[in-house]
Design a protein around this ligand. Sequence first.
Ligand code: ADP
Length: 294
Amino acid sequence: TIYNLGSINLDHLYQLDHFVRPGETMASNSYQCLLGGKGANQSVALAKAGATVKHIGAVHHSDQAVLRQLEDLGVDTSLVAQLDVPTGHAIIQLNKQAENCIILYQGANHALTQEQVDQALSTAEPGDWILLQNETNLIEYTMKKAQQQGVKVAFNPAPMDAALTKQVLELVDLLIVNEVEAMDLIGTTDIDSTIAAFPKVYPELAVLMTLGKAGVYYFKGSETVFAAAFSVQAVDTTAAGDTFIGFILSSLMKGEEMKNAITRACAASAICVTRLGAASAIPTQDEVTEFLAK
Ligand code: ADP
């Protein structure tokens, strides 16, 4: 089983001629409400990749449709708390230039309790994985609990909080960062020196560093693996990283070698970027197998 302690958001998307200005009231050209949050996206990716995934999170008790949507996509939501706190949400303005402007309300994502985590992990077994991002509370607490139970910890520190990340690194079995997160953690603005620095600064840590269309690095001690990204026509890179993470962990859980796991995850995220949207753009494992057979 893969546990995923992560955010569940409702993304309210408004297309506008221009961003709303101070004092202005403006009708939007369109409205969509989509399931979002890195946590939910990664749970969907794990499920589509064929993993047994139990999401640990929280929503407002009136938002049953969100839970149903996750269940329909194959995610077990029995460990999602239903609280009297608003579901996390984002108010997203999209202008004509496709730029966005976002208000984020963390809501229930930051109302997780230690009792909830304790209970969720009480059925975990050694060899299970737990995945976390940085969009909920109780990151360090959960990692400590997991480690005590022999559950392996994968951490995607997004959005990056360098202080928190450094503080919990010794609890992490696999760190997954994108280019910006990697540079923030090392404290440079240059990607080449970041790549060179990682294995030196963190020699004990297993790290996957995704570099968009440039591909992905894996570092562990003296071992370095580089995999190029697949060449595709990208239309929307939303959820590329979430797809990568879901597929890599699902493969590792099944006992795949890291190299093969990386190839599958690169293929899955390459398919993702050829499609519009987040959760809906994540491919199934059959689609990935078909893509790799070509
Ligand atoms: P994030 O979405 O977290 O910023 P990245 O942009 O690094 O993550 O993307 C994650 C992975 O998705 C990359 O390692 C790569 O394999 C794949 N990917 C991203 N963008 C492209 C692209 N334009 N073409 C092909 N693959 C891509």
